[in-house]
Design a protein around this ligand. Sequence first.
Ligand SMILES: *[C@@H]1O[C@H](CO)[C@@H](O)[C@H](O)[C@H]1NC(C)=O
Ligand SMILES: *[C@@H]1O[C@H](CO)[C@@H](O)[C@H](O)[C@H]1NC(C)=O
Length: 391
Amino acid sequence: MAKFSRLFYTLFFILSVSHISRANIVYNVINFGAKPDGKTDSTPAFLNAWSAACASSDSSTINVPKGRYLIGSLAFKGECKSSDIAFQIDGTLVAPADYRVLGQASNWLSFEGVSGVTIIGGALDAKGSGLWACKAAGTNCPSGATALSFTNSYNIRINGLLSLNSQMYHIVFNGCQNVHVERIKIIASGDSPNTDGIHVQLSSNVVIVNSTIKTGDDCISIGPGTKNLWIEHIKCGPGHGISIGSLAKDMEEAGVQNVTVSKAIFIGTQNGLRIKSWARPSSGFVQRVRFLGAVMQNVQNPIVIDQNYCPHNINCPGQVSGVKISDVLYQDIRGTSATQIAIKFDCSAKNPCTGIRIENVNLIYPNQVAQSFCTNAIGKTLGSVQPNGCL
Ligand SMILES: *[C@@H]1O[C@H](CO)[C@@H](O)[C@H](O)[C@H]1NC(C)=O
Ligand SMILES: *[C@@H]1O[C@H](CO)[C@@H](O)[C@H](O)[C@H]1NC(C)=O
């Protein structure tokens, strides 16, 4: 009996401690002065709610009720005492209507040096179309702000967020570790400039799953220093596809390694699965990439490695890429190409691509014969591969 009650009290103690450690304090932005009217500047209210959550050592939830909140450029900075802060967003954050207000800032909403931040639900309406129109007119326009950026941050989760009409990139992870992005939606016009959906660089252990991205540039772009990236079930289009690169922008550059893109669907995109580097010297590299189970619908360049990127022949004429690409698998990829060249490996003359494997790929160019094109690419084909013959 004594043994039993000791066990009972031990259990009771464990349960109460775990309960205490999960104490969750709710900070409602309305109580900090935010107004869900879409007109009142709620930036200070959001910042004060963040400061309160950040200063407490408890787990906390910052609650954003239904409604529209006008928010200017805003940085949520760490370090925080709390290592568990969730934004529960039932409303929409709206950027100022005049694009010049955010245009000079690098970011609209940014998290810097934080750990254990979760964003659940919500919408970000960045109102970028004014800036896109300015850029299309070619007059003096600011470069524009990224809608949501995370810098030097750890243990980040985003679940169910909608990002609309960013001025520039929608979501950026730079110098982050342990990131999980799930069920998000990104929407911008197919001709909006530089509105990449998600950009990852200098980051490791990043997962992006079950998301839809319609935009004017890359759906997902993967920059230098990306390691252990897992992308699964992404629907992309309109957009420029999923792209590793551009790389070799700088001479000293970190490599990209261990990237998996599984079960992506591309609809009417400019590219499908792309690796792209400038034709310039660089210490960068790309190693161990898995492109698995993709479907292409009317994609201009379904499979492409382009190591001779040099727009307008500026800053690289006559040079070759220093980036070494190796160990890249394309497996179970099917669908339609919108151009005759469905597979293109245009690799560096100095550093040929090695260890390219194409396995069970079937890409057709409707009513005509699809073709493949390779230069400086070494590897092998396995199973049934259409179009075949250039490796
Ligand atoms: C994506 O969503 C489906 C259906 O909701 C679910 O079964 C699957 O596990 C999810 N995939 C990932 C990688 O989370
Ligand atoms: C590659 O990354 C995945 C996660 O995306 C991870 O599970 C795996 O262990 C990594 N492999 C290597 C060899 O690092």
